[in-house]
Design a protein around this ligand. Structure first.
Ligand code: SF4
Length: 375
């Protein structure tokens, strides 16, 4: 259980070797000169934040390197960066320190150095265990690299290993998806995330669908795939604790739980988001502006919004409902919101008891609709 005192740090690394067809994250194709500019700006960003007392004596509960592909950065830089963060802000033996990584971009030497530096959770973007799926989403690498990366991560000392998967990929069948899940379960990870493919604007996937080169995701098939995942993963000892996330006992992602329980976090890097003391803010989603602003000794903060009490309650409800355990009733006090909740209960999208609300299986399928209703 996360205490209200928990606070996390997120670092957005905006580089990938190639953009996957479905991906709309803020990132660039990795180039050495751009990486070098980012690296020195990030150190400056840490130095400027270090002058603020945002932790107020608290230990960092979690540190999460995401992106993009953080392993686009040299391993030496990642270990130096983590050392600097730990020298700047307090951590302890329970601090979860996650590194997202592409399975085809890792060597044992890198992994051993990363584990030695203090990374204690690795999140591998497996996506699928079928070669044809990699081709259909424009992903670089080979599916067999995932098994190697899991084995080498474990040999390097990582005990907490997540695998990210996507389902509903172009031409992916229910059988293909089941095979992928079985192959990955056999690798004995501690955590698996299963994301339904969605079509984001301005992506190659959206263009291919518009040109009728690729079919859009099939909702009915994705529902079957979600049910298959829940069953296969439950049989393998994984508990579903969030709409897209499954974990072995005691391996739920501590950092992501912060997002779903209204915990506080500071984001570093272009486009990273923060939530501190009831205020949400982002960092510029443009590497040039980000570098230039930090070069002028200013934090590249944009979209600074202090939430009202009602807005905080609304966010706590929307994010908290992603958790299968739902949210406590006391946070739902606004009369208008109570009316909306009654409607969702009547439609069978929410269920409740004396203490809590949670999404029904039907509600989980329409989680975005539920969130929109509550906005
Ligand atoms: S590796 Fe991940 S972050 Fe990079 S383009 Fe593909 S989906 Fe996006």
């Amino acid at each position: 259980m996360i205490s209200s005192e928990a606070i996390g740090l997120y670092i957005h690394v905006p580089f990938c070797r190639r953009r996957c067809h479905f991906c709309a994250f803020y990132l660039e194709i990795a180039q050495p000169d751009r990486i070098a500019r980012f690296q020195s700006a990030l150190l400056q960003e840490i130095a400027l934040h270090a002058q603020q007392d945002f932790l107020q004596g608290r230990c960092l509960h979690s540190i999460y390197f995401g992106g993009g592909t953080p392993t686009s950065l040299p391993t030496e830089y990642l270990t130096t960066l983590l050392n600097l963060i730990q020298a700047t802000w307090p951590t302890n033996s329970t601090t979860e320190i996650t590194l997202e990584a592409h399975p085809s971009s890792l060597t044992f030497t890198d992994l051993a150095a990363l584990a030695e530096a203090g990374f204690n959770r690795i999140s591998l973007g497996a996506e699928s265990m079928k070669d044809q799926d990699f081709a259909s989403i424009g992903r670089f690498g080979r599916v067999r690299d995932t098994a190697t990366a899991v084995h080498e991560s474990r040999r390097a000392g990582f005990r907490n290993i997540n695998l990210d998967l996507m389902y509903g990929l172009p031409a992916q069948s229910l059988q293909d998806w089941g095979d992928t899940l079985e192959s990955l379960v056999a690798l004995k990870p501690t955590h698996i995330s299963c994301y339904a493919l969605t079509v984001e604007e301005d992506t190659r996937l959206a263009q291919d669908i518009a040109r009728k080169i690729v079919s859009p995701p099939d909702d009915a098939l994705q529902i079957e795939m979600e049910a298959a995942a829940e069953q296969i993963l439950a049989n393998a000892g994984f508990a579903r604790y969030e709409i897209s996330n499954y974990a072995k006992p005691d391996y739920a992602c501590r950092h992501n739980l912060l997002y779903w329980t209204s915990g506080e976090y500071l984001g570093l890097g272009p486009s990273a988001q923060s939530y501190l003391e009831g205020t949400r803010f982002g960092k510029m989603a443009n590497l040039e502006s980000y570098v230039e602003t930090l070069g002028n000794h200013h934090l590249p903060i944009v979209d600074h919004t202090t939430l009202s009490t009602s807005e905080r309650q609304r966010d706590a409800l929307i994010f908290g409902l992603r958790l299968l355990r739902g949210v406590p009733r006391p946070i739902t006090r606004a009369a208008e919101r109570d009316r909306q909740i009654d409607e969702l209960l009547a439609k069978g999208l929410l269920d409740s008891d004396h203490d809590r609300f949670w999404l029904t299986p039907l509600g989980r399928r329409y989680a975005d609709t539920v969130a929109e209703t509550l906005f």
